[in-house]
Write a protein that binds this ligand. Structure first.
Ligand code: FE2
Length: 442
């Protein structure tokens, strides 16, 4: 296992707030004040803008970087490389049946050392990367740090949900460390290197081809609860001035390209702007829910939402099912049976999920695709139908959902290589017909 290299010059620290216009400098006076593009930048730095939206967007997102070399010096001629297990939409395989309720055990680690790039395993794709709609879901298996190797995705923003092991993202705009029950967001176009802090590391990725993740509108809930803006953390500036042979790999329109350079591209000494990576501690998510009877739609648990072009219909919702109190009276408390236009990729971070007491284990994944019925298994149904409805703490549980308006297509890896539970659909077999026409029967 390759250990993370040390970072003698690294700054550590984070700045709180969601989508703030941050400013940060790793050397005093490196950040120009009162203007973006002075004739000469302090320390001989180059000024450069990284734009995450069109210039004319209603709310433009961009960051001004002051760096040792401009990004054109981190880019030479490209050669295509193959990362066959990292797939992009459209990826519809005629031999794969995506229509069905599916569940997988955790994808196991192998003896082969795997980095962030070689360890990515695409489970599903949706939409079209070329038109910037939809998403892909992946499981990552990392046992090796990237060394003098850098990456960016021109296709997508990456939402990272660790389930096992700690990771360090050394990015152009600073350093982010995450562990299970944290998430990280890596914006489109941001260059970074991924190191293993302790491993092996496994987790889930939502690769968002569309508009960026944002906080959902809280509506009548008001200004507090759910995910609060101050709990999102962007890194302070940190830079490397290291001249060693290095590679930069770029994901662009679903294909991978590599270029060779002679130095670290993580050379931004100071930056300001609102287009930055960030992390969030899922334990700070403040759930709101039923306090008398019934329960609201699961959208009440949305952490982040990435809009589609249709108001109120998400390209992706990232939804969290965490510890909470269950207090509703005369109510079937687990998620109800349903069939939904949205397609739901779920992952278990730890513990036990209330609709599926068995089988959906930490590291495991399930898929309930567009307009396919699903709901509690028999044990969950019988247990919840006969439970003494006192206040109960739903403890030892954290699962999430990547929900998209688009159908999700299985990759050949998900269908043929990942540890699919062939008997998952049987979990509903033993649900009984209870109806016999007798009034008042329950
Ligand atoms: Fe569902």
């Amino acid at each position: 296992m390759v250990q993370a290299p040390s970072h003698p010059g690294a700054h550590e620290g984070y700045m709180p707030g969601f989508g703030n216009d941050f400013e940060t400098e790793a050397l005093p006076g490196a950040l120009p004040q009162g203007m973006n593009s002075p004739q000469k930048v302090n320390y001989g730095l180059y000024g450069e803008q990284l734009s995450g939206t069109a210039f004319t967007d209603i709310r433009p997102e961009r960051t001004w970087c002051y760096r040792i070399r401009p990004s054109v010096k981190h880019s030479k001629r490209y050669e295509k490389i193959d990362l066959p297990l990292w797939r992009s939409a459209p990826n519809v395989d005629p031999d794969v049946v995506s229509l069905g309720q599916y569940r997988w055990n955790p994808v196991p680690h192998s003896d082969t050392p795997l980095t962030w790039l070689t360890g990515m395993r695409t489970m599903t794709t949706a939409g079209d990367v070329n038109t910037q709609v939809g998403m892909a879901s992946h499981v990552y298996l990392v046992t090796s740090s990237m060394v003098d190797e850098y990456f960016y995705s021109a296709d997508s923003e990456l939402l990272v949900v660790p389930q096992e092991g700690r990771l360090r993202f050394c990015t152009e705009l600073g350093i982010i460390d995450i562990e299970p029950q944290n998430i990280a967001i890596l914006p489109r176009g941001l260059v970074y290197r991924v190191e293993l802090l302790d491993g092996p590391a496994r987790g889930f990725i939502c690769e968002n081809y569309g508009a960026k993740f944002n906080l959902p509108g809280r509506g009548p809930i008001g200004a507090n609860c759910m995910a609060n803006p101050r709990d999102f953390k962007a890194p302070v500036a940190a830079f490397e001035d290291r001249e060693v042979p290095s590679t930069v790999t770029i994901k662009w329109c679903g294909q991978f390209h590599r270029t060779e350079i002679g130095h670290s591209p993580l050379d931004v000494v100071a930056w300001h702007g609102n287009y930055a990576p960030y992390k969030y501690d899922l334990k700070t998510y403040c759930p709101v829910g039923a306090i008398l009877f019934d329960h609201p739609d699961p959208s009440i648990f949305t952490v982040l939402t990435a809009p589609s072009g249709q108001p109120g219909v998400a390209n992706i919702d990232f939804v969290l099912f965490r510890e909470r109190w269950m207090v509703a009276e005369d109510t079937f408390r687990p998620p109800w049976y349903h069939k939904n236009i949205m397609s739901e990729m779920m992952g278990n971070i730890y513990g036990q999920y209330d609709a599926k007491p068995q089988g959906f284990v930490p590291g495991g994944v399930s898929l309930h695709n567009m307009m396919l019925p699903h709901g509690p298994d028999r044990d969950a149904f019988e247990g919840a139908s006969n439970a003494d409805l006192k206040a109960v703490k739903l403890d030892n549980t954290m699962s999430f959902m990547f929900e998209t308006r688009f159908p999700q297509h299985l990759t050949p890896f998900a269908a043929n290589e990942a540890p699919l539970q062939d008997d998952y659909i049987d979990c509903w077999d033993s649900l009984e017909k209870k109806f016999d026409g007798t009034p008042g029967k329950k």
